[in-house]
Design a protein. Structure first.
Length: 117
């Protein structure tokens, strides 16, 4: 399998670990992008949104995180939401699995199969 699979990965997240296992079972040559350690910039976040086929940042945000409430992002505009994800990558939903020019939010983790069909 080509090495064009990237997983937005948090090792503490069980869904990330399950998605990773599913990729290993497929023999995918994947790499982990530990986005909490190496924060994505705005251009990268927008690139991932485009791969996901979404325009609303909330569709790839963890709106249940405390920081979402603390920053009062409920009525925030697109610009504010994107900056919040840059500043607080914990807000980025996980796992996001990217293969070539396609991506899925792997919730449930079995959604990784969509990238191989």
């Amino acid at each position: 399998m080509p090495g064009d699979v990237t997983v937005y990965f948090n090792p503490r997240c069980s869904k990330c670990r399950t998605a990773w296992s599913l990729l290993e079972e497929r023999g995918a040559d994947a790499r982990q992008y530990r986005y909490l350690e190496q924060r994505p910039d705005r251009a990268e976040i927008e690139r991932v949104m485009a791969l996901l086929g979404i325009d609303d940042p909330r569709r790839m945000m963890r709106t249940g995180e405390d920081v979402y409430r603390v920053l009062d992002l409920g009525d925030a505009d697109r610009e504010t939401l994107l900056q919040a994800m840059v500043d607080h990558p914990i807000l980025i939903e996980r796992p996001i699995v990217i293969r070539g020019d396609r991506a899925v939010i792997a919730r449930p983790p079995e959604r990784v199969a969509e990238l191989f069909d």
